[in-house]
Every structure is written in C-alpha cells, then in structure tokens.
Design a protein around this ligand. Structure first.
Ligand code: ZN
Length: 357
C-alpha cells in the first residue's frame, strides 16, 4: 500500500487516529521511546529522520522529573509537571527543524501519581486555548493495580476530559511484569500477567463512545530484559480480544489499537506476531538505555588515561585533555548509540521507510 503522507511536527487529534489506522492496515507499529532530556529526545528525532517514520516520544513520571532537574522539590509533582511540559515544548520546537513527525505521550501514571497528569492536562488545556491543539498527543493512565471497575471508571473520566482536545488515552489492562521506573511487578501472580478478552470488551464498550483510546494489554510481556523462559509470551491474547469484540459488536477487523509494553528483549518473531494482531505502538526503554550507556562505557575505558587529569596523558605530561573531558564528546556517542538502536526498532516493527514527509 502507498506510504502515508505526514507533515513534520507533533501529530495530534484526527491525524493521530489516521496514523494508528494506517499502522494497522500496513501491519506496522511505531516505537515509543522514553526520553529524559535533550540528548535522548534529539537522538530519537534523529532516528525518525533516518527511518523515514514518525516516532513516539514519551516522558515517564521520573523521566519528567529528571528533565526538570533532580534537585527540584517534587512533593506536589511540580517538577514532574514542569519537566513534562519542558520536554514537550523541546520536541515541538525541534521536530520541525529535524523535519520529522512525532507523537508526544506521557508514560505510566498510577493512581497515586494522578496529580502529575492532572497538572500536565491543565497545561495542555491552556495550550489548546491558545493554539487550537493539545500540547501532548496522548497520555497514559496505569490503573492496573485497581479493580477493573475502578480502572475503567477513572479512565472514562480522564478520557471525557481530554477528548475535548481530541486527545487519545492509553489504558492498561492486566499488569506488565518486571520492574520499571520504580514500579516493581516482578513478584506478581501469573494470572494477572494475562489480560482476558472479556476485560478488553468491557473497556471497548465503555470508552469507545467517549473518544480515542489505546490498550496496553498484558500477554506475558515484562519491563526490562530478563532471562527467557520465566513468563511465556502469548500474543494470541491480542488476536482473541480483537475477534471477541469484532464478533460481539459487529465491528470491522481489529477494532482495538494495542500497545506493547516491555518491548526490550523481545525477539523479532514475537514483535511481528504482536504487530499482526493490531499493536500500533511498542514501548522501548531498557534497550535504548543500554544503547546509550554502552558506547559511553567503551569511550571511558578506551580514553581512561586521558580522563585522569586536565593536563597530562600518554602523549606527554603537558598535553591538555580538554577535548576528552568535554561532555559533549561522550554524550554525542551515547546519542548515536540510542539512534542506532531505535532505527533497528523501526525495522523490527515494519515502520522503516513506510511514510512520506
Ligand atoms: Zn510500560
């Protein structure tokens, strides 16, 4: 099928819905990378440029806090709110300069963190009043620790609020295993790691009349990279959920947009299978963290003798080390590593070169 034509800048509203619809039809998905500052955000934009595909750039709660600076008081979520806004404005300014389309998203927000997303939504409403479009494209709520009733009740209230700005809400049904961002689900019972198609149907019935939403369903996926064999990945849960809804509500094929959390460490075959069942977004964090840090470690090891003092290295006692000490040198190496890993993710997800902009 023909490539989807997009405009550089942040994709919101109906353009985002069209983008997800295209992904399902073209059997591809977009990587969603967690960024923590300008280095990782710029590296993600560079990857989108190289892959000729839009990228989803997301900020977690602690990623937003880090964006603002770890020394700031965050007792009222003020640092995480300001950091998320700063990150969004950064991406909004630079996506156009890189000439790439980007989706702006906030990652996991548990019940106790709702004041964080409340603050970001309020800023988004002010932005919407001035610019006629929301600051972010979408937000995620992760109420998977709550009962299904409470999860869907709170999710529908938030979707009602952000649907006024034509935004999309990502919800979580079932629990993503493993540990990320201070949330540790590594000890959770195996039954919670698999979402039931009936739960997805309930979410569909409640949320689809309100607005646009995506579902992070659990099919044995885990955050982080662990030795294989512990939890079995069952992407067929996604297929069965699509078929359950299609049959019960007489919809077209693949009525739900699924999100694959814990993409790091998954095999290419597992990724392709999940994408074939209507996954439009795959989160990647641990693998891109590794790709950023690993080449910096190599640089530090290789240039260790140049980093012991400002003057003096193996070439002579008076030789200056300024060019090795400058953090721009090794940060650029980390950025290049992240970009390379993300380009690989675009290829795994089938989105490499599938767009024109
Ligand atoms: Zn996640």
């Amino acid at each position: 099928m023909a490539n989807l034509k997009l405009t550089p800048g942040v994709i919101t509203g109906n353009a985002l819905k069209d983008l997800f619809a295209y992904c399902k039809e073209a059997d591809c998905a977009l990587p969603a990378v967690n960024v923590i500052g300008s280095s990782s955000a710029n590296a993600a934009l560079a990857a989108a440029k190289e892959a000729r595909s839009p990228v989803i750039i997301q900020l977690s709660h602690t990623g937003s806090q880090f964006y603002a600076g770890k020394t700031l008081d965050n007792s009222q979520q003020q640092a995480s709110i300001a950091g998320a806004i700063a990150g969004a404005l950064h991406v909004r300014t630079l996506a156009k300069v890189y000439g790439v389309p980007a989706v702006l998203h906030t990652d996991h927000c548990a019940k106790k963190l709702l004041p964080w997303v409340d603050g970001v939504i309020s800023a988004g409403e002010e932005y919407f009043a001035r610019h006629g479009e929301p600051l972010f494209s979408s937000h995620m709520l992760d109420l998977s620790e709550q009962s299904l009733d409470e999860n869907l009740d709170i999710s529908s209230r938030y979707l009602t609020r952000i649907a006024k700005m034509n935004m999309t809400l990502e919800i979580e049904l079932g629990v993503t295993g493993g540990e990320e961002d201070g949330v540790d689900n590594s000890g959770i019972g195996h039954d919670k790691l698999y979402t039931s198609p009936e739960d997805v149907l309930r979410a569909y019935d409640l949320l689809s009349p309100i607005g646009s939403f995506t579902v992070a369903a659990s099919f044995g996926n885990t955050h982080g990279v662990y030795a294989p064999g512990n939890v079995k990945l069952k992407p067929t849960i996604l297929r069965d959920s699509q078929q359950t809804i299609q049959a019960a509500r007489k919809t077209g094929p693949e009525p739900v947009n699924f999100v694959f959390h814990g993409g790091s460490g998954s095999t290419k075959a597992e990724i392709s299978e999940a994408v074939s069942y209507g996954v439009v977004k795959m989160n990647i964090d641990t693998d891109t963290q590794w790709a950023f840090t690993q080449p910096i470690k190599k640089f530090m090891d290789d240039k260790g003798a140049y980093l012991l003092s400002q003057l003096g290295n193996p070439e002579g006692p008076d030789k200056p080390n300024k060019k090795y000490i400058d953090p721009r040198g090794w940060l650029a190496i980390g950025e290049k590593g992240l970009t390379g890993r993300l380009v690989e993710a675009f290829k795994d997800l089938g989105s490499f070169g599938r767009f024109d902009f």
